[in-house]
Design a protein around this ligand. Structure first.
Ligand SMILES: [Zn+2]
Length: 405
C-alpha cells in the first residue's frame, strides 16, 4: 500500500511532505512498491507514528466507581469489559499500550488474544497483577506479598504466565481508600527481588512510586520506570539520570479529577488526595523536563473518572504543563518505544519499522490540540479505520474528550 500526498511527522521539528510505503506489517521504501499496489490519498492530512500509552489498566473501566465495580463484578465480566476497552483504545489512535496492573490473569491473556488476532486491540505489554504489600495500594489489581521470597515468587508466577514486565507498588496511592501517596509500602529489598527476576529474563520493571522515600527505594531496587513520581527531589533526579530511569508522570487522572464537578461523585478520598498532591506532581514533572529525564506518556486510564481512549489527553496536558510539542509527541512515540523495550520496532515511521500510524487534520507541532482531529488508524499495516471527516463521530463515541481544551 502507498499513502501519497501526506505530510509526515518523522520525529523532528517540522512536517515533511513524502509518500509512505507499507508492505505486510512494515514500512518499506515507497519507490520499491509494486506499481499496482493500493494507493490512499492523504491530501490535507498529517501522519504520525501510532501513539503509545505506557500506563493503562484495562480491568478498570474508568467510570467514577471503577474500583468498587471491579471488586464486586464477576471475573469473566471484567475480562469482556477489558477486551472492549482495548478495542476503544485502538480505534482512538493508541496502537500500543503497557497494561501495568490487571485483575488476575486477564491482562496477560487479553494480550495473547490480541496477538492471536481474535480480539481487536492495541499491541499490548502486560505486567499481570501488580506486586503489592498486604493491604497495599492497588491490591484489587494486584497480588499481596510480604517479604523478599514472596515478592520473588509473585514475580516468577507472573513471568511464568507470560508477563512482559513486572510492576511493583512502592507507595500508597490515590485510588485506594485508606492508603497515602507519601507512605512507603513494599521495601527496597522486596522490590529488588521482583525486579531482579524481570531483569534476569530481559524484561523491564515499573514501580508505582509517589512519595520521596518510595521513589528512592524503587531506584535502589533498580526499576526501569518510575510511575507518577509525585515527590521528586534534586537528589532523586540525579539518581534517575545516573541510572537511566524513565518517568511516566500520568498527569491525566489528576487533571480529570481536579476538573470534575461535585456532581461527578468521584470518591471523596481520591479528590482530597489529588488536590493535595497536584502541585508537587506538576512541579516534579517540570523539574524532570528541565533535568532531561526521559518522559513517557501514560494516562492511567481505567482509574476513577478516567475512561479508556486516546493517550492524546496526556500529550496535550504535558504541553499545557510546560513541555514542548515536539518532546510531548516523542513521549508518546519514539521515547516511549525505547522506554518500554520496543525501540527499533515501533514509535517511528521508518523503513523496517512496524507500520503503526495515525492520520490527523492539522499540525500538532503548532497546535497540539489538533491531535483530536483523528481521521484514521493503522496498526501492523492494517487500516483499522480511515475517514477524513470523522471528528464528530469520535466525540460522540467518547474517544475524544471535548471538555479538555
Ligand atoms: Zn496506574
Amino acid at each position: 500500500m502507498k499513502i501519497k500526498n501526506a505530510k509526515v511527522w518523522t520525529g523532528g521539528k517540522a512536517l515533511e511532505q513524502r509518500d509512505i510505503g507499507i508492505e505486510g506489517a512494515r514500512f518499506v521504501d515507497p519507490a520499491k512498491l509494486d506499481p499496482r499496489t493500493d494507493v490512499i490519498d492523504a491530501e490535507g492530512l498529517t501522519i504520525l507514528p501510532g501513539l503509545i500509552n505506557a500506563h493503562v489498566h484495562f480491568c478498570l473501566d474508568g467510570s467514577n466507581d471503577s474500583v468498587p465495580r471491579l471488586i464486586s463484578e464477576a471475573h469473566l465480566t471484567t475480562a469482556y469489559r477489558a477486551a472492549a476497552a482495548a478495542e476503544d483504545t485502538l480505534r482512538a489512535g493508541t496502537t500500543t499500550v503497557r497494561d501495568v496492573g490487571c485483575s488476575g490473569a486477564i491482562g496477560i491473556y487479553l494480550k495473547k488474544a490480541i496477538d492471536a488476532g481474535f480480539v481487536r486491540g492495541p499491541r499490548m505489554l502486560a505486567s499481570g497483577p501488580c506486586i503489592v504489600m498486604t493491604g497495599g495500594h492497588n491490591r484489587f489489581i494486584g497480588v499481596e506479598v510480604d517479604g523478599v521470597e514472596e515478592a520473588r515468587k509473585a514475580a516468577r508466577l507472573n513471568l511464568k504466565m507470560g508477563a512482559d514486565l513486572i510492576k511493583v507498588v512502592a507507595t500508597g496511592g490515590v485510588i485506594t481508600s485508606g492508603v497515602e501517596p507519601e507512605h512507603v509500602q513494599l521495601s527496597a529489598l522486596e522490590m529488588k527481588a521482583a525486579v531482579d527476576e524481570a531483569h534476569n529474563c530481559g524484561k523491564h520493571a515499573a514501580s508505582h512510586a509517589q512519595g520521596e522515600q518510595g521513589i528512592a527505594n524503587s531506584l535502589d531496587a533498580g526499576v526501569d520506570t518510575i510511575e507518577h513520581g509525585i515527590y521528586l527531589t534534586p537528589l532523586l533526579i540525579e539518581k534517575m539520570l545516573k541510572q537511566g530511569s524513565v518517568l511516566v508522570p500520568t498527569l491525566t487522572p489528576m487533571r480529570r479529577i481536579l476538573l470534575s464537578s461535585g456532581e461527578d461523585k468521584l470518591p471523596d478520598y481520591a479528590v482530597e488526595k489529588m488536590r493535595r498532591t497536584s502541585e508537587p506532581w506538576l512541579e516534579s514533572f517540570r523539574k524532570a523536563i528541565a533535568a532531561g529525564i526521559p518522559i513517557v506518556a501514560g494516562t492511567d486510564a481505567g482509574t476513577p473518572g478516567n475512561p479508556h481512549g486516546s493517550v492524546a489527553v496526556e500529550v496535550k496536558f504535558m504541553v499545557e504543563a510546560g513541555m514542548s510539542e515536539e518532546l510531548a509527541l516523542k513521549s508518546a512515540t519514539s521515547v516511549a518505544a525505547e522506554a518500554i523495550g520496543l525501540g527499533g520496532k515501533i514509535g517511528q515511521i521508518r523503513e523496517g519499522y512496524v507500520a503503526d500510524l495515525i492520520f490527523i487534520r492539522g499540525n500538532p507541532l503548532d497546535d497540539i490540540h489538533t491531535l483530536d482531529n483523528l481521521c484514521g488508524v493503522m496498526k501492523d499495516g492494517e487500516m483499522i479505520w480511515f475517514n477524513p471527516g470523522a471528528r464528530d463521530g469520535l466525540i460522540s463515541k467518547g474517544w475524544i474528550d471535548p471538555a479538555l481544551p
